[in-house]
Design a binder for this molecule. Structure first.
Ligand code: 3NM
Length: 526
């Protein structure tokens, strides 16, 4: 029966849930797969079989237990207390529809490991109060392995549960996430689910290991990904770097970043709308990046490897472009190159709101940038019908806007920029108001979209602090607009003047002829 030491030293890092259905297991032997997976690094096994007869289950569980014991890995049984007792396994995992936690505990005793599935804060709270040893949190993402899942909660719902598990008087209970987790998304799942220092203790997988031809290698890869810090790519500032959070130091860093960008020809891959393609490409060239305007899913993997950044601008979204966005973000995430999301018209139609959800589920954005309506749509805080792609006049206070960008940055664990007469940039910890720019930017098409392209290429170039990179891009762009405004006569002449000034300002900063100062950079920390 359950030994105290397993319970005391519960290692949930890589949690394997078995599946004996031919669609997943194929013709492999279950015991062999489990042993290989343990050799690869699985730290806990749950035997789950929703179809077998009790006698067969006991036989299989006994075989599995013989293996898991050899490696000192605990074996839990899904749902079936009787099977657990029959083979002396270390515990049981129960869902919300299964036997209650208190009944399981009274049958198995204090040393048994009992895990409970939780899809909501209420379920998590109840399980914690009831003495669960860990929570299986999910469903993270929709999964073909279990199609009767109740709620798809994503990293957002998981983060809320982790917050509950650790606040106030709540006992801290370890959590594993489950649902479509695999090598391609595990690091971002860990990053985006975290709430301050409260992180998932590990991940639970079925198909990522059970359906693999080489379960040992699959487990080894996953284990390495779970145990190595993903922070470098996902964090706004590289871990251990000198976090810039005052104006003087920020301004001292910007000239070198702008100068490097001017000569970089760094790739700026734009999956952008058909209205602004030409203008955005010209802005890229004027600021120093090399644009490619390709909304072709089949090119994304090759382009993602070229060290640049991807802009996903859903201005003229269609079912085809949604597939391209997903392929693009996945490819750039895998290659470790930044992705900027511009949810153009995000609150305007159901299609756009659904696309936002699909994309937030599909990968990680380094920066989410939009006007107030768009950022509200991404945050899910607004049911206000956006009229077209423009935000319309704001009725919110600065306090409300700052709270919104901060909360979204914390929830998605990325950088958020809300544009307007004053722009608000936040990485969840640092928040800056930037009041540069010109009203002419609002009188031409594509100025917001081209700002997205500019920020993206700066992110690709300056990686150690994406927040600082975004500020460099914004000041380059907005101060150039201010200068163009001094010698244009209307929107028509503003466009060429602006392109000239983007180029000239870059050259002047590079040559030391233009000095960024607290007078010309209108920055306010919030
Ligand atoms: N439980 P895969 S999802 C067994 O949400 C199970 O509680 C879930 O399989 C839950 O790793 C799930 O192949 C299946 O996506 C997970």
């Amino acid at each position: 029966m359950a030994s105290q030491s397993h319970k005391k030293h519960l290692d949930l890092t890589l949690y394997l849930v078995t599946d004996s259905t031919p669609a997943i297991l194929g013709d492999a032997d279950l015991t062999w797969v489990v042993e290989e997976a343990i050799k690869g690094g699985v730290s806990i096994v749950q035997y789950r079989d929703k179809h077998a007869d009790t006698g067969d289950m006991i036989e299989t569980a006994a075989r599995l237990h013989a293996v898991t014991k050899q490696y000192n890995v605990p074996l839990l049984i899904n749902d079936r207390v009787d099977v657990c007792l029959a083979v002396g396994a270390e515990g049981v995992h129960v869902g919300q529809e299964d036997m209650s936690l208190s009944q399981v505990r009274s049958l198995l005793g204090p040393d048994a490991i009992i895990g409970v599935t939780a899809s909501s804060i209420a379920e998590a709270s109840k399980a914690i109060d009831g003495g669960a040893d860990y929570l299986g949190v999910g469903t993270m993402f929709a999964t073909p392995t279990k199609t009767d899942t109740k709620s798809i909660i994503g990293t957002k719902g998981t983060q809320a549960i982790l917050q509950t598990c650790s606040t106030g008087t709540k006992k801290s209970v370890p959590c594993v996430a489950i649902g479509s987790i695999n090598a391609s998304n595990v690091q971002r799942v860990l990053h985006q689910s975290a709430h301050n220092d409260n992180q998932l203790s590990g991940v639970a997988v079925v198909s990522a290991i059970m359906a693999s031809h080489d379960p040992r290698a699959a487990a080894k890869e996953l284990k390495a990904l779970v145990t190595s810090a993903p922070e470098k790519y996902y964090a706004a500032a590289a871990p251990g770097s000198d976090i810039v959070s005052d104006t003087a130091r920020l301004l001292s860093k910007l000239p070198a970043i702008i100068a490097a960008h001017v000569d970089s020809s760094v790739l700026c891959h734009n999956m952008t709308n058909t209205v602004v393609q030409n203008f955005a490409a010209n802005v890229c060239l004027a600021t120093g990046s090399s644009p490619i305007m390709s909304i072709n899913a089949r090119e994304a993997v090759d382009l993602a490897k070229l060290g640049g950044a991807l802009v996903i601008n859903m201005g003229t979204v269609t079912p085809d472009t949604i597939n391209a966005y997903l392929s693009g973000m996945k490819a750039y995430n895998a290659a470790g190159n930044p992705v900027l999301f511009d949810p153009v018209g995000g609150g305007a139609t159901t299609l756009r709101r659904d696309t936002i959800k699909t994309l937030l589920t599909g990968g990680f954005f380094s920066v989410i940038k939009g006007n107030e309506g768009e950022i509200s749509a991404v945050a899910g805080t607004s049911d206000v019908q956006q009229r077209g792609v423009d935000s319309g006049p704001s009725t919110s206070t600065e306090e409300t806007k700052v709270a919104l960008v901060k909360a979204l940055a914390r929830r998605e664990r990325c950088i958020v920029l809300m544009t307007g007469a004053t722009d608000y940039l936040s990485d969840g910890d640092r928040t800056l108001a930037i009041s540069n720019g010109s009203h002419w930017l609002g009188r031409i098409t594509g100025s917001g979209c081209a700002l997205g392209s500019t920020i993206a290429s700066y992110l690709a170039l300056h990686r150690e602090d994406k927040f600082v990179a975004a500020v460099a891009a914004m000041l380059h762009y907005e101060i150039a607009a201010e200068r163009a405004a001094t010698h244009c006569t209307g929107p028509g002449t503003f466009i060429p003047a602006f392109l000239d000034e983007l180029y000239l300002l870059g050259q002047e900063v590079k040559d030391g002829r233009y000095h960024l100062s607290e007078q010309n950079a209108k920055l306010r920390w919030l």
